[in-house]
Design a protein around this ligand. Structure first.
Ligand code: MV4
Length: 447
């Protein structure tokens, strides 16, 4: 087992990782930017090293500084959390060369799954259902048009280096193809320095359902069911839940088995998420795989009684997975509390928190790094807390979510709390019958 883990991240996820390290008796090293000296991950870690100025590229993305911090403090492993360097193949490789265990996948695995077109082809070859589309990347407009007419419009052109919405264009008919293709190509080149594109059948208003998997170095892969992440706005998830109101235990078994098959076929180790698109006819299709712990992992933890960060650390040190696949117990919902003004198009709202009261009680979990008098800096992601509630069933979890959100007080900055309270009054959300278009026409009016 590791002696000391450096956490190459900040905010709630850095704290989340430190907590599990403490429970495992592992010493911790925080790294922090000049803007984060008063952050709780710095306070709660055994040691802390300042790695540079506030902008991410000068600190949390600075590989040389982070490796030096690990070497100076004698850390034998690095946990990257999510975002920043979590899916950076170069970082994973430099850790290996420096004989520091990267708690995440090999550089080869990051590259293989980061190439979305290649990842799809790999899954398809191994018998995982994938979204119908081009085999591999498309070289020019003519090839793209030919394939699109074979698939049938509408189609969606996606960046192979993308994921999460950038470099994506929906094409409704042949006449629009050329323009959309060029736009997607330019956007992909600008965003990723890679203009490779692939094509898929476009499914209107699908549900976004993802399966949590975990693999160890002994060839075991388990799944911990699905999360429904359909409540998203401009590709930013706002509410996630486990189980999905659209998935029964038979479907869970099928999707779980498909995810495990996919992960086993690439000898996947560590925590991973297989994203599926789920359509009106209850078909599911592989979309992409994320090779990190995700923001929304706590809903799985609460519904499946598994500490996913603990499992990550155990398997990274060569151990076996402790918690096997099982059925969920009750229902769990996560509300992302962002420092944003939901009445002003969700614009960022950094600043000083002058008053704070956390909800508590049975079935309430808060993963957060904020405290009263903390100043939310403008440099990073606007997530300031995750409120996770557990209930015996969906209705119970919703009732508990409502009362916890009502107790939750943050003064001095705007947050997404009023938005969540409004969603909990929405008939479609309450019915469980919603999809990724749910927030398109969602009105938040001052009451
Ligand atoms: C799709 C899709 C429909 N059909 N792919 C969104 C983020 C990225 N992970 C993939 N996304 C989608 N992929 C196929 N074949 C619908 C989405 C999608 C979406 C697309 C355009 C505008 C808004 C969207 C919101 C959620 C999902």
């Amino acid at each position: 087992m590791f002696n000391k883990i450096l956490i190459a991240n900040r905010g709630e996820i850095a704290l989340r990782i430190i907590r599990t390290c403490k429970e495992l008796g592992i010493k911790t090293v925080a790294v922090y930017s000049e803007a984060d000296a008063d952050c709780l991950h710095v306070t709660f870690a055994d040691e802390a090293v300042c790695i540079g100025p506030p902008p991410g590229k000068d600190s949390y993305l600075k590989i040389s500084e982070i490796i030096s911090a690990a070497q100076i403090t004698g850390a034998d492993a690095i946990h990257p959390g999510y975002g920043f360097l979590a899916e950076n193949a170069n970082f994973s490789e430099i850790c290996a060369e420096s004989e520091i265990k990267f708690i995440g996948p090999s550089p080869e695995m990051i590259n293989a799954m980061g190439n979305k077109s290649y990842a799809k082809d790999t899954m398809k070859k191994n018998g995982v259902p994938v979204i119908p589309g081009s085999n591999g990347i498309i070289n020019d407009v003519d090839e793209g048009k030919k394939i699109s007419s074979e698939i049938g419009y509408p189609v969606i052109v996606k960046a192979s280096a993308g994921g999460g919405g950038k470099g994506m264009r929906i094409v409704w008919k042949d006449e629009e193809f050329s323009n959309a293709f060029q736009m997607a190509k330019a956007e992909a080149e600008a965003a990723f320095g890679n203009s490779d594109l692939y094509i898929e059948k476009f499914f209107e208003n699908p549900r976004h359902i993802e399966i949590q998997i975990m693999g160890d170095s002994h060839g075991n892969v388990y799944h911990y069911g699905e999360r429904d992440c359909s409540v998203q706005r401009r590709h930013q998830k706002l509410i996630e839940e486990a189980p999905s109101p659209a998935i029964d235990s038979e479907m869970r078994k099928k999707m779980g088995e498909a995810a495990v098959l996919g992960a086993k076929s690439v000898n996947y180790e560590g925590a991973g998420t297989i994203e599926f698109l789920f359509d009106k006819n209850k078909n599911f299709y592989f979309m992409e795989m994320n090779t990190r712990i995700q923001v929304e992992h706590p809903v799985t933890e609460m519904a499946y009684d598994v500490d996913l960060v603990r499992q990550q650390i155990l398997v990274a040190s060569g151990g076996y997975i402790e918690t096997k696949s099982q059925e969920p117990i009750g229902h769990c919902i996560e509300f992302r509390i962002n420092a944003e003004d939901p009445y002003m198009d969700f614009r960022p709202s950094p600043g000083k928190i002058v008053s704070l009261h956390y909800p508590g009680g049975f079935g309430v979990r808060i993963d957060s790094h904020i405290y009263q008098s903390y100043t939310v800096p403008p440099y990073y992601d606007s997530l300031i807390a995750k409120l996770i509630v557990w209930g015996k069933n969906r209705e119970h979890a919703i009732a508990r979510g409502k009362r916890a959100l009502e107790e939750f007080t943050v003064e001095g900055i705007k947050t997404t709390i009023p938005f969540h309270l409004k969603v909990l009054e929405d008939k479609r959300f309450l019915s469980g019958n919603f999809d990724t278009s749910f927030l398109d026409n969602f009105e938040l009016t001052e009451s």
